[in-house]
Design a protein around this ligand. Sequence first.
Ligand code: RUQ
Ligand code: CUA
Length: 652
Amino acid sequence: MQAIHSPRFPRVLPVLALAVLAACNGRGAPGAGAGGDVLKLMQARNLSEQDVTAALKTYTPTGRHDEYYTFASGGHGGNLIVIGVPSMRILKYIGVFTPEPWQGYGYGDDSNAVIAQGFRGGQEITWADMHHPALSETGGEYDGKYIFVNDKCNPRVAVVDLSDFMTKQIVSSELIASEHGATFVTPDTDYVVETSQYPAPLGGVYAPIEQYDEKYRGAMIFWRFDRQKGRIVPEQSWAIELPPYMQDLADCGKKVSDGWVYCNSINTERAYGGVLEGKPPLESGATQNDMDYLHCIHWRAAEAVVKAGKTTTIAGMRVITLQTAIDENLLAFVPEPKSPHGVDVTPDGTGVVVGGKLDTHTTVFDTQKIAAQMKEKKYVGKDPYGVPILDFKGSIFGQCEIGLGPLHTVFDDKGYAYTSVFIETVVAKWSLKDLKVVDKIDTHFNIGHLVAAEGDTVSPDGKYLIAMNKWALDRFAPVGPLLPQNFQLIDISGPKMQLLYDMPLPLGEPHNAQMVKADKLKPIEVYKPVGTNPFTHAVDPHATIGGQQRIERKADGVHVYMTAVRSHFSPDIVRVKQGDTVHLHVTNVEQAKDATHGLAIGGQNINVSLEPGKHVNITFVAKKAGVFPFYCTEFCSALHLEMAGYLLVEPN
Ligand code: RUQ
Ligand code: CUA
């Protein structure tokens, strides 16, 4: 073995080399030469033993699948990013609030209709500030069926079906004007929680900002999810009015705290800015108090209040007024330290971990003490709106000295919590039992959220954690002033955390993610039966099977019943008149896995994806006379280029 003279090669290197050699020999093929090759490679690429271990822990040979899926919010992109762990390979972008041309999402009638569900106040909205995805749960465990995502800017919640990884529904209420504490699910996904962030008059009406205290309000919406239908039912949903603090993140109780939801707040000072009007800027006005309020809401009791009809309706939403919430003992506050951000319920449901952005501790609140004091109405005061306040000391387990700027916390299977510490830019691992930090690892840089394998369920897996860093600085080759975010994969299976992989995320600020065991998902391979409309989960009334292709002129325009199969469309000549409304009904009649076609038409802003068995309806007006070739946009076969036809628009 050759000696290696490099500061990056510590003395322990030969141990690794031997291990690699042994491993290679164990598999028989490469023989004794392989170890030497590995050493040469390491030298040539200037890799340390740590680098090579990290590589071995993430490398996934061709054909092998990842152990976990991570679903990361796509931030400004308004889409959801599916990533395999540990390889960190991107598997899919799912269009949610934003059109996604590859999936044809936003370029056909049914998907256009889904995106349009998210338009607010008559305004088309084709972007989103997506923050927090939440997988559906059964008994507090991910069940692999659905994932929900939110839009902070234009308060909306979307339902993504994990049978085909497609967005099926968007709901939005004019009750609130922005949100942040979304999406979080109750342990059996009865409800998806969405909480407003910036207070505004409820219902989208106007009130002068000077009437902030009297007229501006927050609210928490409980969107009812119908698992059978796989849809949110707005008519069965309801909300609770909250004081005009800026409600921040939320989390649902589990096990012993099932039936509760906890939500942070900032700006209990109720500052609203006015720098040009002689007032302090919003952010300095909002950071005067040492404590803000953890909102503790008994949603199960609130549900009974809704069923008893004690609500008023605002913007079509049934709302429990703040006064009713107080009268019915549904809501109490516990003081929480400085500018709290993350709120995360422990796997056993006994604790709620809160990180204060301007604090050096995480605080663990005791869900059982809170519930007991609320039951006995043991309150120590009231806020200006009459909401009862619990004693801080009497409501906590304790605090962990963690470092400056703790944000979010996830959990493992060994009783440890992992908190992102923004200002110190580390992940801190600490024991839930004695509230002591046991390990810290640097992140690059400015970590926001973090996600661990099933790390917010009742039974976290440990193993992997991803630090979602806001800044990348020098980590990647420069790409101009707008830099990607940096996802860092960290091995948390041993006593010391180990950094494994850096992955640039160049679409938007991803905020949060969910990591689920891959075998919990059972996605379909093709749409069955042929002609299935993914948005109705049934054979589309316009589905076209072989032999039924035709063109019919009806009162509402020209209907084209078309099939796609390798390697032709039928019909392949479509004749219409200028000004005709054209309804294309296209079925991919194939049932072979991955035999996807696309259909694009020049001059019409149309491209749809036709996965095997799928049916798509497309409506457009042939405004311009001319000859418009259409063709298949997926390289489906040797004769893919020949999979084409003509739309002939005859002039008037
Ligand atoms: S945010 S970095 Cu969840 Cu929207 Cu904390
Ligand atoms: Cu069908 Cu290319």
